[in-house]
Design a protein around this ligand. Structure first.
Ligand code: 5AD
Ligand code: SF4
Length: 468
């Protein structure tokens, strides 16, 4: 009997990658992937803990599964990833119909764990998580966060032309608001040789673009080869790989934006001039409370240095609004910074208190939600104006686009039709430039997976519209 698995993923690209690896492993173990919990005998949630909202979504999805579990008690329900590591057996208490809770450090054993759970006569709640880094020795904790980067065949990747590749996991920064160091464990880099081999295999398989992932990707450090290899060295090696066309990397930590890295971005033709370097706040008081380890002045110096070494770089950022103690004056400084830095875009989040972080222990969450929302909208409006101003002059210019597939609108239209899609039918396609601009244009589906010049005709704050 084939086993049918349904998986839902929330959170960052790291989670999207984990889910892709999980599915790939399960399909190789004989599972079939289905698109609704109703058709599945194994239902998995790969979860995120970075904000409360992401957790609420999972708990309510679990609640909705209760009747299904009563009807079909053999169904296996699993909670994976960051919330599993953070809440552990609390999940069984809040949702008694969950069968297994598996942290990010145990995903390598998921197929075996599922098999054991399925074979049990009387099911016991199964908890598989890593050690608590506050309580145990670092080496033991590191070991308990096992590596999870198995090879995946082309047909099991979400796109044959693009792939995410983890180069490091965990985080040692302990920003006071952030749960990541706790749930993803200590910072550990993958050996460069292993990454190069993985990317070479991907390129041989037809992959054109890789995105290197790490919580603080530019603190990458492989001590393995007699000489410490940093991100700039790794990029130089990946740049040599035949067939590969583009290399992107996220997320950067501002203090590690070294000149050698910026020079690598400038000099290596395959490395995209796209840099996501979250600042979080434009106020020094707030940065200190967040324990970010830099000042607004040093962040601005880094931006200036970036622009002078890589003049055409697209720089993007993250902001948290309404963090503990944020005054109107602090918030004005975030507005000022956005206006000064002219980010390509910014992701803006309302502060969400996370139990288990320093901020939750020591600082009151004292900005009312209404104020957080207002600041969020205001900062977003300023950023969107800048994004639009910077996009408008692109009209008339040509950009190289990696064609990813039919746009959302085209996919929706196709799903409403009863005739199967024809390859040479012209549809609305979407792709990305090296600066991570989303580009929409018309063309046949056969162009998917090609890198093509597109002439931009018009733009809004988020999208460029063009013609082949
Ligand atoms: N509340 C709100 N936003 C947060 N982020 C991280 N932790 C929190 C939190 N507790 C944001 C940061 C980070 C992004 C991935 O999520 O801006 O860069
Ligand atoms: Fe969280 Fe800070 Fe680490 Fe980023 S650098 S994952 S915000 S602790």
């Amino acid at each position: 009997m084939t086993k049918r698995v349904y998986i839902e993923t929330v959170g960052c690209q790291m989670n999207v990658l984990d889910s892709e690896l999980i599915v790939s492993g399960l399909v190789q173990a004989g599972y079939e992937l289905v698109d609704s919990p109703r058709n599945a005998d194994t239902i998995l949630y790969n979860t995120c803990s970075v904000r409360q909202h992401a957790e609420d979504k999972i708990y309510s999805a679990l609640g909705r599964l209760r009747p299904l579990k009563e009807r079909k008690p053999q169904t296996i329900i699993g909670v994976l990833g960051c919330m599993a590591q953070k809440d552990q057996d609390l999940i069984f208490r809040r949702a008694g119909h969950v069968d297994l809770v598996v942290g990010p450090g145990q995903l390598n054993r998921l197929p075996a764990i599922l098999e054991e759970v399925a074979a049990q006569q009387h099911r016991e709640p199964r908890l598989e998580v890593s050690l608590d880094r506050m309580k145990e020795r670092r080496t033991l904790v590191e070991e308990s966060f096992a590596r999870f980067d198995p090879p995946r065949p082309r047909e099991l990747r979400s796109s044959p032309f693009q792939a995410m590749v983890r180069i490091m996991f965990g985080c040692d920064k302990f920003c006071t608001y952030c749960i990541v160091p706790k749930v993803r464990g200590p910072e550990q880099s993958r050996p460069a040789a292993e990454i190069v081999a993985e990317v070479r295999r991907l390129a041989d398989d037809g992959c054109l673009e890789v995105t290197l992932l790490g919580q603080t990707v530019n603190s990458y450090k492989d001590p393995g080869e007699g000489r410490i290899l940093r991100l700039a060295d790794l990029l130089a090696r990946l740049n040599e790989i035949d067939g590969l066309r583009r290399i992107k990397f996220v997320t950067n930590y501002p203090r590690h934006m070294t000149d050698d890295l910026l020079q690598a971005v400038r000099d290596l033709p395959k490395v995209s001039p796209y840099l996501h370097v979250p600042v979080q706040s434009g106020s020094n008081e707030q940065l200190k409370r967040m324990k970010r380890g830099y000042t607004v002045e040093s962040y601005c110096e880094m931006i200036q240095r970036t622009r002078s070494i890589v003049p055409d770089a697209a720089i993007t950022s993250d902001f948290i609004v309404g963090f503990c103690g944020e005054t109107d004056d602090d918030f004005q400084k975030s507005l000022d910074l956005v206006r000064w830095a002219r980010f390509k875009n910014s992701f803006i989040f309302k502060y969400s208190q996370r139990p288990g972080t320093k901020a939750a222990d020591a600082m009151p969450d004292d900005v009312p939600d209404e104020v957080k929302r207002r600041r969020n909208n205001e900062l977003l409006a300023v950023q969107n104006t800048i994004s639009l101003e910077d996009n408008l002059p692109l009209a008339g210019r040509e950009v190289e686009v990696l064609v990813e597939g039919p746009s959302k609108a085209a996919r929706k239209r196709a799903s409403g039709q009863h005739v199967p899609a024809v390859d040479d039918e012209v549809v609305q396609l979407v792709g990305r430039s090296v600066r991570d601009h989303i580009v929409v244009f018309d063309g046949p589906r056969t162009l998917v997976g090609q890198i093509l010049p597109v002439r931009i005709e018009k733009a809004d704050a988020f999208t460029l519209f063009g013609r082949l």
